[in-house]
Write a protein that binds this ligand. Sequence first.
Ligand SMILES: *[C@@H]1O[C@H](CO)[C@@H](O)[C@H](O)[C@H]1NC(C)=O
Ligand SMILES: *[C@@H]1O[C@H](CO)[C@@H](O)[C@H](O)[C@H]1NC(C)=O
Ligand SMILES: *[C@@H]1O[C@H](CO)[C@@H](O)[C@H](O)[C@H]1NC(C)=O
Ligand SMILES: *[C@@H]1O[C@H](CO)[C@@H](O)[C@H](O)[C@H]1NC(C)=O
Length: 318
Amino acid sequence: MRTPTFLVSTLLSLATLTLQQSDGCQKSIPGDIELGKSKNLTITSKSGHTPRKYRIHVPKSYDKAVPVPLILSFHGRGKDMKFQEKLSQFSNASYGFEGIAVYPEGVSSEGTKQWQGDPDSPPSINDVTFTVELLDEILSTYCIDPTQIYAAGKSNGGGFTGLLACDPTATKRIAAFAPVSGAFYLDADTSELPPCKPTSTRSIIPILEFHGLKDDTILYEGGLNTRKNANSTNIPKWVDAWATRNGFDANANITTSLCSKAKRVTRYSWDDTVVHYKVSNLYHDWPSTFPNGDTQLTTCEEAEATRVILDWFKKWKL
Ligand SMILES: *[C@@H]1O[C@H](CO)[C@@H](O)[C@H](O)[C@H]1NC(C)=O
Ligand SMILES: *[C@@H]1O[C@H](CO)[C@@H](O)[C@H](O)[C@H]1NC(C)=O
Ligand SMILES: *[C@@H]1O[C@H](CO)[C@@H](O)[C@H](O)[C@H]1NC(C)=O
Ligand SMILES: *[C@@H]1O[C@H](CO)[C@@H](O)[C@H](O)[C@H]1NC(C)=O
């Protein structure tokens, strides 16, 4: 009786193991990569601009035979991949992430690096194409678990993370999405968000969003960006739309109060599938327990974006 059961479960786990390894497994890491140190690299791209830049951090613990998770972290408009690495802290061993962190860089237009989704981004650039090319490159070079690929981003990079969550191809590759102070722009002609078309092969798309009540660039309640002539969406409306898209009743959210009264954060959750942190003392920033490239203001540990995002990503696999 025990043998067949054992055999079946061994075969099952072997099959699962095979499925969860990328082509980069068993390959030696490229000669110019040093474990625990970040490196700027480029890929040839059909995104409308080539080559495209990215920065990669392979952790000290990396083993070419062990598939690890991959996080893509997108910078805000006018910032760059190195700034985003320091801001989002996914390369910082003290947060315990043992996977590969990649910080893609937007194309510079009139001296400003940006992502698709910003009204000023050149229509000739397709950053979704670049993202998919980058995933192919990373998965064929390193040992990644293809079911554990995640995207996060700040501001325009958060808005782009939101576009990826609505993209039929990207949602076949990326398990969960975490925009921070996301710039979700409305189309100037329709006053609507762009159409959201995740792959129909998934019943849910996990979403986690942080937004400051004091955000003076991408207003919490939505409206005209203070820096340009473009409207962004109302944040609760955006979050509620994700809850609805994922099959929940938007009004049936569980709310929890976090942090001290002065730093009050309200967490809205639909079964952890859609989660929103409304941060009372946050401007257009990445919430952190220590001053970062965005702000000197700090939040408490339970609302620290890096920590919360890493914990939440662990729940999701494709
Ligand atoms: C890596 O790229 C960043 C821009 O994101 C730049 O500031 C930095 O100087 C580059 N580092 C090297 C070693 O070229
Ligand atoms: C890494 O994170 C810790 C807090 O978790 C912080 O004190 C430290 O400054 C960070 N290191 C870098 C290089 O940002
Ligand atoms: C922003 O929204 C307001 C109110 O709906 C509208 O009057 C205005 O034309 C919009 N501006 C742009 C640039 O879409
Ligand atoms: C949460 O539920 C309340 C009603 O119970 C609703 O007004 C609100 O829009 C929902 N979502 C958010 C993000 O507040």
